[in-house]
Design a protein. Structure first.
Length: 790
């Protein structure tokens, strides 16, 4: 009994080990599975022989727990900031508490929906929740209720009765209800494009959109039911609309500023238009990427060796590499790798490739805690570059698998070359590789290893074979049996079954001269070297074949039925979008042979796919927003006025990204989508109030000024709670913060710019749009006055 052919090995910190991988079933929760595995590991270790123990070397739930901790921290800090703003601006403790209760109650709606639809709580599903946006509707209702109650109490000169209080709350809620409902519906509608995303980006961002919409639905229901009832019941008999120092100062500054702005309409509108155009130009020059790279806290290192390197040689080289890393870097906790193909070939690799993982200690245990992760990676690359015989590709454990699954390559960017002739493909690949290496930011540029495998080619001479009565298949069958072996039977040992494999010993298989003397059986009656009895005749293989040692194809890769090779590269120190733009310009200089073509792969491929889909669904969602505004106001004019908040909000979002040097990404796009809904809310509230004043007979200019000043507090409150709720996400540095940062930055910048629009530009636009209406009213009123005078 011998061993089955060994196809793979595993190493850990420079010694050979046995490595096992636990696979999770589709749809299961990783944390639950990990906890069950940990319990089972304890049982397994009890049953192992002395001196043998099993340890967990990688558990992805560690990263999941860190990311969730970051989300929890951001949500808690955001909630605290929102509640502080409520207390400061409402000037009424009970009103602030009532408004703040929407946060936990709306989260109950969210968690109920997540449980029902089996949406896990993770970085993506909870990453876009902003309590400021969630309570915007409640802020509008509570502020209006407190204002009306205070005015009614001042009007009567006494505390309101229960019936009077209920009546005022009813009127205040009715007054704000329409704007609130349409505003919340608009925010929900703008999330529809996210549900239209497919593929990987859809899997990533669908949970985010679901949780936000669920929270908004809960908040909207609470704002029109629970909030008015709570205000009517719990706001005391004596209500005072106390404006704190911030609101008083804001009104003191805003009134004169509004007057000056209204007097210089052309200058203000020109400045606003210039700002929009400039930010549009900035956007066209910004870089782009699929999603920001998540800092997993560990490194993945793939070591590639010359094709034909034996498994034993690869293992020895990998052990040397691991020992070097452990000796040079005290920041490293352990280095482990698997080489070749495992017993269960779930991820087959040739023996010349090792998939390694560099597990780092906590930063607090590093000799230099201030050393950045990029600095450590650069130092590791410098050290391993001196270990001979290896080429390397660096990534992160999950990122590497993620890239491989979504695009078939493990790098950030890949150029796929398609054609028929492998020699032409390799030549073209080398040209493209040399071109990519010259582009700033390119790292670990390599051509897919498709050649270089040492091969023994047996060239059968058909004429000589036919003289002996042999055909090519007979000779090939004999060679295949001698080298590869053939199953000759089965051996049973109890319930165990072993295949009986017949082949030459390894010493003969690896000896070319012995292979030349391989006996080939001849048909009966054919001359040759036979047995003593003359029953079977043989000839040596060398008599009918020649032998050639030459490099051959290592692998032949296909995609959609066509041969292809891949030139891959990682991008360091710049965004993927600008790198690809430079690469496309350089690629245009490479002459691609007729019948051959190229395409882009890697994460950039997903960015293109998501961008193309968003270019279709985003305009559709904006059209739905305008239709809701039209339904709200009943005319196109006011709907367009509020709709102008969207480009001004996008202006602020783009400027914020540019100032923070953050490239455009799908995360930023989600922020812009959310911003499109939030931006119209304040304009909706202000225009609705100005319209109500106009309907009561207030002159146009007076209605604009009174409406703007009256709505200053709710506008500032909603803007501050929405933006401050995202502040922790924008400045967070924990695990997963990279994904949230672009989204939060966009929303904060956009809300600030849209608030300026609402307070300064929107009154001007309303004045210009409705001035002709007022003139028509004046003209129609003059004959009536003359008739009365007569």
């Amino acid at each position: 009994l011998g061993r089955e052919l060994r196809t793979g090995a595993a190493t850990d910190n420079g010694r050979e080990v046995v490595l096992g991988t636990v696979f999770m079933l589709i749809g299961q929760n990783s944390r639950t599975v990990s906890q069950a595995v940990d319990k089972k590991m304890v049982e397994i270790n009890r049953s192992l022989p002395e001196g043998v123990h099993a340890v967990t070397v990688y558990d992805r739930t560690v990263l999941v727990d860190k990311a969730i901790a970051t989300v929890k921290k951001n949500l808690l800090e955001g909630a605290i900031l929102v509640i502080v703003i409520l207390f400061l601006f409402l000037g009424n403790i009970r009103a602030a508490i009532i408004t703040a209760t929407v946060i936990p109650l709306s989260m109950l709606f969210t968690f109920t929906g997540m449980v029902h639809y089996k949406v896990s709580a993770n970085l993506m599903s909870l990453g876009a929740l902003d309590f400021g946006i969630i309570i915007d509707g409640a802020v509008v209702i509570v502020e209006n209720c407190v204002r009306r109650l205070a005015h009614a109490q001042a009007h009567y000169g006494r505390p309101l009765t229960r019936a009077e209080r209920f009546h005022e709350v009813f009127l205040a809620s009715k007054e704000s209800r329409r704007a609130l409902l349409f505003g919340q519906l608009i925010i929900m509608v703008v999330y529809l494009p996210i549900f239209a995303l497919t593929g990987v980006e859809g899997k990533m961002f669908h949970p985010m959109a679901f949780t936000v919409v669920a929270a908004l639905v809960g908040a909207m229901i609470l704002s029109v039911t629970f909030i008015p009832a709570a205000v009517a019941l719990f706001i005391g008999h004596r209500v005072s609309e106390t404006e704190n120092f911030l609101v008083v100062q804001a009104k003191r500054w805003y009134g004169p500023l509004l007057d000056r702005v209204m007097a210089a309409k052309a200058v203000v509108l020109a400045a606003a238009a210039v700002a929009v155009v400039l930010c549009g130009l900035i956007a066209t020059r910004m870089g782009s990427e699929f999603v920001p790279s998540l800092n997993e806290g560990d490194f993945a290192i793939q070591a590639l060796r010359i094709p034909g390197t034996s498994l034993s040689q690869s293992v020895a080289m990998q052990q040397r590499l691991e020992a070097t890393l452990k000796a040079k870097f005290s920041e490293i906790d352990r280095v482990f790798a698997r080489t070749g193909t495992a017993e269960i070939a779930s991820d087959p690799m040739p023996p010349n490739i090792s998939d390694g993982y560099i597990m780092l200690k906590p930063v607090s245990e590093w000799p230099e805690p201030r050393k950045s992760r990029d600095e450590l990676l650069a130092a590791i690359q410098e050290v391993v570059g001196k270990v001979p015989g290896n080429n390397y590709e660096f990534s992160q454990p999950i990122q590497l698998r993620f890239n491989e699954l979504i695009s078939g390559v493990r790098s950030d960017v890949a150029v796929k070359i398609f054609g028929d002739d492998m020699d032409v493909l390799n030549k073209t690949g080398e040209e493209i590789s040399s071109m990519l290496q010259k582009i700033p930011g390119a790292s670990e540029v390599k051509v897919e290893q498709t050649t270089g495998l040492p091969m023994l080619t047996v060239n059968i001479d058909r004429q000589k074979a036919s003289r002996y009565g042999l055909n090519v298949a007979d000779i090939q069958d004999a060679v295949a049996t001698a080298i590869g072996g053939r199953e000759a039977g089965t051996l049973f040992e109890g319930d165990r079954r072993f295949d009986i494999l017949v082949r030459l010993p390894e010493s003969l298989r690896n000896d070319l001269e012995s292979m030349k003397r391989l006996p080939i059986p001849l048909p009966r009656g054919t001359g040759g070297t036979g047995s003593a009895e003359g029953r079977t005749n043989f000839i040596q293989l060398a008599e009918v074949a020649s032998f050639e040692l030459a490099p051959g194809p290592n692998q032949v890769s296909r995609e959609n039925g066509k041969r292809r090779i891949v030139v891959s590269a990682n991008v360091r120190g710049r965004d993927v979008g600008s790198f690809v733009a430079d690469a496309e310009a350089a690629l245009a200089q490479v002459k691609i042979p007729t019948g051959y073509w190229t395409s882009w792969g890697g994460t950039f491929e997903n960015l293109q796919s998501a961008t193309q889909r968003l270019q279709i669904v985003v305009p559709v969602s904006l059209l739905l927003v305008f239709l809701l505004l039209f339904a709200m106001f009943g005319n196109v004019k006011d709907g367009l006025l509020v709709f102008t908040g969207i480009p001004f909000a996008l202006t602020g979002g783009i400027l914020a990204l540019w100032l923070r040097d953050i490239p455009l990404s799908i995360s930023a796009a989600v922020g812009f989508i959310a911003l499109s809904g939030v931006a119209v809310l304040n304009g909706l509230v202000m225009i609705s109030y100005i319209r109500s004043l106009r309907e009561d007979g207030t002159p146009l200019d007076e209605a604009i000024r009174a409406g703007a000043l009256t709505r200053l507090r709710p506008v500032l409150m909603t803007a501050l709670v929405a933006s401050l709720g995202f502040i922790p996400m924008a400045i967070a540095t924990g695990t997963g913060a990279e994904v949230q940062r672009p989204l939060a930055t966009v929303v904060i910048g956009g809300i600030l710019s849209s608030t300026v629009l609402t307070l300064l530009v929107l009154p001007i636009l309303y004045r210009l749009a409705h001035r002709p209406d007022e003139q028509e009213e004046d003209v129609t009123a003059e004959p009536a006055h003359e008739g009365v005078a007569a």
